[in-house]
Ligand binder design. Structure first.
Ligand code: ADP
Ligand code: MG
Length: 258
């Protein structure tokens, strides 16, 4: 499938601004300091895996990148555009950034095809026929075109998650954010979703994936980021982070998941 997904993402370009830039980002929920001076640059075409204990701020960081949450201090830029309350800038960013969640968040009363065509038709103003052709193209790429007329409740969890990925790709994003996309799945369905993500990574898509799937991280990640208690504690290649952890916090985390 990798060659068929080739056109969805451009390959890395050195002259481009970082796809994602976080500079000393801080966020609080009330008195709870959940992101502490988080700084991270993700180049175009780079794949970053984020791991860390539950409650360490992984989801919050990723949700701040497409402004599902707002940060209070620091700078976040997506494709060079700074996140702010400017609605136009936010629209521009949301078009570029696709997101896949732990829960698939499909609309239960819409068919698989309708789930995929909704945003292209209403947000991108794409003609219905064109949106349907595009949706079928991506459903084929995630290997479930035969499910197009069904409703989400008729599909397995792994199939629903692949629909969620196809749906995000129908908006032709330049960046994909994944927040523990396989952690709600039964073990036998994890592989089919990871395989889809590997194929997407092979196309050169810029990706940030929160996941504890170390096999996936080793296979596709250019960098692994370890977060704990709102901080980026360590960052490096998969080999550096998994084989030669520098901090007790990371050693403890690895001993618990491996
Ligand atoms: P992770 O994804 O690493 O498990 P989260 O980003 O979900 O961590 O959460 C980081 C911290 O922020 C946790 O202590 C969590 O309880 C808290 N938190 C997350 N969302 C909210 C919210 N909407 N309101 C208040 N606290 C929250
Ligand atoms: Mg989370």
């Amino acid at each position: 499938m990798s060659e068929t997904l080739d056109h969805v993402a451009s390959s890395a370009r050195t002259d481009a601004p970082p796809a994602i830039l976080l500079d000393k980002v801080n966020k609080w929920y009330g008195a709870l300091h959940v992101l502490r001076d988080v700084s991270l640059n993700v180049a175009l075409g780079e794949r970053v895996v984020v791991c860390g204990p539950s409650g360490s701020g992984k989801s919050t960081m990723i949700r701040c990148i497409n402004r599902l949450e707002t940060h209070q201090e620091g700078v976040i830029k997506v494709n060079g555009i700074e996140l702010s309350d400017d609605v136009k800038a936010l629209d521009d960013i949301r078009r570029e950034v696709g997101m896949v969640f732990q829960s698939f968040n499909l609309f239960p009363h819409l068919t698989i095809l309708e789930n995929c065509t909704l945003a292209p038709i209403w947000v991108r103003r794409m003609p219905k026929k064109e949106a349907e052709a595009l949706a079928m193209e991506y459903l084929t790429k995630v290997r479930i075109p035969e499910q197009a007329k069904k409703y989400p409740g008729q599909l397995s969890g792994g199939q629903q998650q692949r629909v969620a990925i196809a749906r995000a790709l129908c908006m032709k994003p330049k960046i994909m954010l994944f927040d523990e996309p396989t952690s709600a799945l039964d073990p036998e369905m994890i592989k089919e979703v990871l395989d889809t993500m590997v194929s997407l990574a092979e196309t050169g898509m810029t990706m940030i994936c929160v996941t504890h799937e170390m096999g996936f991280a080793r296979q596709v990640a250019d960098r692994v980021v370890f977060m704990d208690r709102g901080e980026i504690v360590e960052m490096g290649t998969p080999t550096q982070v998994f084989e030669t952890p520098q901090t007790e916090r990371l050693k403890l985390f690895l001993s618990q998941i491996l």
